[in-house]
Each structure stands twice: as C-alpha cells, then as structure tokens.
Design a protein around this ligand. Structure first.
Ligand SMILES: [Zn+2]
Length: 361
C-alpha cells in the first residue's frame, strides 16, 4: 500500500510531496507563482518544474500534470512515483516534470481555471477572431440548467441525444467537447484572453526547453477510456515523422485511438500540446496525451454538466452542491486503490519507454 502514498488529497500536499521527491532525486526546481489567486486554504499556487539530468541536454522528455486541474492528482502521483524510483537517465537526456499546469483548478478540484476556462482550449491566437462553435450555441440553452435533479438531468440528455441523432457523432462532439468562446458560463469555455497558466507554461518552456534539439511532451489526463486502463491521444498528422516516433516508442496503440470512449473525437482548438510544438520551432517535438479511463462516457458528460452547475448555480444550494461535488471528484480522481495502482504502474512504463525512445532516435 505504501506506493499509494504518492497520491494526495489536496494541492498543498501534492506540491509538498512533488518538491520533496524532486529534491531527493537530485532534480533542479523552478517555480512560477500565481500573482493573485490562492487555494481553498489560502495557499499560494505555483507551476513547479523539476529538471533531472543535464540542463543543456539535447533531448528533454517532459511530463505535464494538471492541465485540467483536478485531473492533476493522478498525474502528480505518477510524477512523484517515477522520481522516487531512482531513475537512471540515458546520456545527454533530461526529464522535466511540469507539476500543476493549472494550479487553481488543481487546488479547487475542478477542471477549469479561475475564469472557468478550459486551459486545453486556451492556447489560441487571441489577436485573431475567436473560433466559432455554432453547435454549442444550440447546446448551451439545453445544458445551462438551474435545477440539478434526476428529472432535469434526464431531460437534458433526451435533448442532447436528439441533437446527436440530428447532426451525427462528429458534429455533436465538436459542439459539446470541441471548445467554445461565446459563453463564459458554459462548458469547455476557451476564454477571452490567455490565462495566467498559459503564460506560465510559455515562460517555463522557453526557460527549460529552449536549447533542446529533441523534446517530447506527455500530457497526463483522466476521464477518457475504460476503467483502470490508459489511452493515447496523438494529434500529429497521418504520415508525419512525429507520429512515426510516437508509434516507434509506444507501439501501434499510441496512434490508433485504441480504447477511446468518445464515439468521435472533436476537432479541438487551442490545445496545450499543439501550442507546445509551436513554442519550440527549432526542435523536433513529439507530443501525446495520456488519458486514464474512469467512468463511462455518459457519466463523464454528466460530470461536465455538474461542474457548470456547481460553479454557477451551486452557491444557492450548498447541501446539494456538496453532494454533486463528491460525484464530480470521483469521476476525475477515483479513490479505488486498484485504479490508483494501475495509474502508477502504467505511467512508469509509459515514461520509461518514452525516455528510452527519445534518447535512441
Ligand atoms: Zn483532461
């Protein structure tokens, strides 16, 4: 059971454990402090970066946690467990961990930032017109419920199903999950400006990865995929060298969407892994998202609705909000020891294979 101590119940605990593990492993640490926001216990919020290995390494393997706040509890545990495993690095290779990429969401146990922004839709060019999501304009009035009870939720799903049947799975996924820039009180809201977490990540990438020739970025998430299993989401185009590298390092499943529980993946705007490659134009970048599966798709959709309800309607009914919150947290951060052990085991192998891969290519 000792290995499950890698998991934490609060952001403050996760950060303390991460920093301690990084120091013990001999990694260098850098911290980016949020200038104004705090956690629920008044604690300061940081993006923390650990770098193990030479600062001028040609190859840097990066693992990020907490792009979606609450999903970072598992990513943080994976990072800590790996650091505690006395890792030995190949020559000229460093491993950098970005801990709590959205620390506000991590600390407050929600997917979004302090402005209800999905950080993984926020990396767009705000100097240009905001991306349109006409499907979401239709969905928003259906899902923006003030009531939270079984009857109201069933009614929402009846309407969502009717919409899905009318437009098809792909258009539904684009509308629901793809990201929207029109409703600050909606779901998968991409924001009206870069979030602090966006700027902090850019600063960290520039400082720690600017000199690397080859960079890989593994972004750890939860919520898509079968229980106790992981899935890879690779967005490098078919036929690209980056996609071939991902396949060579992790096998066919790194690129074939095996296990993905969405009927169709949306076309996403402003993702962190797309931005990552853009920040390092001189480097060869390989990036994939790892999702640890939790609950079935419909329950995860319900969790997305729950998050909106908690934030915008919950304060009027704190008793119900507390119950909804427990369900929400279980959907993104299961307490089941078997699930948590699976995250640690699978992460260790994925990171080890990636580090071996980048140092041999
Ligand atoms: Zn996520």
């Amino acid at each position: 059971m000792a290995e499950l101590e890698a998991f934490s119940d609060s952001y403050a605990e996760a950060r303390r454990k991460f920093v301690e593990a990084a120091r013990r492993a001999g990694a260098k640490l850098a911290s980016y402090k949020h200038p104004s926001e705090r956690g629920p216990g008044g604690e300061a919020l940081y993006l923390d970066v650990s770098v193990l290995g030479p600062g001028d390494a040609a190859q840097v393997f990066v693992v990020g946690s907490g792009t979606h706040g609450i999903e970072g509890y598992s990513g943080s545990a994976a990072q800590r467990a790996w650091l505690r495993g006395r890792p030995r690095l190949p020559k000229n290779t460093a491993v950098a961990f970005f801990h709590a990429q959205n620390p506000w969401g991590f600390a407050h146990k929600t997917r979004t930032t302090e402005e209800n922004v999905d950080l993984n839709r926020n990396f767009i060019d705000f100097a240009r017109p905001l991306p349109a999501n006409p499907g979401y304009l239709e969905l928003h009035p259906l899902i923006a419920t003030q009531r939270w009870d079984d009857e109201a939720i069933e009614e929402i799903f009846r309407r969502l199903d009717a919409y899905r049947e009318r437009v098809g799975e792909k258009a539904f996924s684009d509308a629901f999950n793809g990201g929207q820039y029109s409703h600050p009180d909606g779901i998968f809201y991409g924001g009206a400006r870069p979030q602090w977490a966006n700027s902090a990540l850019r600063a960290a990438v520039e400082t720690h990865l600017g000199r690397a020739q080859r960079v890989a970025f593994l972004d750890l998430h939860t919520g898509i995929g079968p229980w106790c299993e992981h899935v890879y989401l690779c967005f490098h185009p078919e036929g690209s060298p980056a996609r071939a590298r991902a396949r060579a390092w992790w096998g066919e499943r790194a690129v074939n969407l095996q296990g993905v529980t969405h009927a169709k993946l949306a076309t996403y705007n402003g993702t962190i892994i797309d931005a990552f490659a853009g920040m390092l134009p001189g480097a060869e970048v390989t990036s994939v998202v790892i999702e640890y599966g939790t609950l079935p798709r419909r329950e995860m959709q319900r969790a997305s609705l729950a998050q909106r309800w908690m934030r915008f309607e919950g304060p009027r009914d704190p008793v119900l909000a507390a119950k909804v919150r427990r369900e929400y947290e279980a959907a993104f951060y299961p307490a089941d020891p078997e699930w948590r052990r699976a995250v640690l085991e699978q992460s260790r192998e994925i990171i080890d294979r990636g580090v071996a891969g980048i140092s041999s290519s």
